[in-house]
Design a protein around this ligand. Sequence first.
Ligand SMILES: Cc1ncc(COP(=O)(O)O)c(C=O)c1O
Length: 389
Amino acid sequence: MATKRIYLDNAATTWPKPPAVYEAVEAYQRNLGCSPGRSTYRDAMEADRVVAEARRAVARCLGLSDPHRIVFGFNGTDVLNMAIRGVVRPGDHVITTAADHNSVLRPLRFYEEYHHVQVDRIPCDPRGFVILEELEKALRPETRLVAVNHASNVVGTLQPLEEIVKLVRRHCEAIILVDAAQSLGHLPLFPKELGIDLLAAPGHKGLLGPMGTGVLYLAPRIEERLVPLRMGGTGSRSDEDRQPDFLPDKFEPGNHNAPGLAGLVEGIRYLEARTLEEIRQHEIALTAQLIAGLKEVPGVTLYGPPSAEQRVGVVSLNIEGYSPEEVAGILDLHYGIQVRSGIHCAPLMHRTLGTVERGGAVRFSFSPFTTREEIDAAIQAVTEIARHS
Ligand SMILES: Cc1ncc(COP(=O)(O)O)c(C=O)c1O
């Protein structure tokens, strides 16, 4: 039985966080503990400052000068729902892709089944890249929304966002939503420069914040067209029973996860100190190391692009003779290596890979804290398991 923990499930949520993240969460809970945006006593004003600081930190990370373009939610799923359910109307035409996660696919399936929304799901090639010719064929002048995944949570494939945005804009004025759950915090990403309308991401993955945090970027042209998913008390315009129409209050009713946002500030500060460029190089090196170490191992099938530059630090594989669940169980029990097996909430990507029938795949995912030694341990473990099959 292994005792040392090797955590390679960072695509689910990153761990560990920088120490300052834990400290900030605790300090908020212990010393401040009050509601932001509601009261004027000094500690409440300090709580306001924490939320404002988190907004500024996320804006900086996305290369934005106006922090009010950032809206907070509670995880990636929450902010994706805010985006999708905020713009889609009965009878609309919407496009998504086979690389997308159930947090996008399921709300769209719901609209398709109950609100006559037509959804085109653009296929991916076997490496996980969206087939751009198919996207082009699907675009219509009246397309309301194009929702695309930036980096696959199964195979790490990075979609060519610039090309996708240009392609969409050549054909229509559709709202472009990017699910950056697996890319934000792992590499530099500037939605305004790319011409993206909505960008959604959790705060607890690449941004290194605590669970219970999510961020949504809204381009100015989209603000008025987005209907709030949740409505309620904001602490502003409290004399009115109508939801405020200004940012960020329009989309942020109810109490924030303020301790989580205090932690998120520190997660982003860590990224800034180390720089996203350096983190990107670190994760490319780890990905290349794992691929190189396993690609020739008999019985091991690796999925996704062969080049580490074309993906984030996410690598999925199968071992002949074992189900993904068995591999994950052996890795945990015998090697202390924690990975995620199964379909990873991405049924269309697993259909693309042809892995649904065998129960999905085994996913290894990295963070800025993953080391070369941990990757060596993973290579050795997979090689040993494959040898015994
Ligand atoms: C691509 C992608 N989108 C959305 C989500 C949902 O994020 P959350 O778990 O924060 O709700 C995930 C989570 O794994 C993801 O990988």
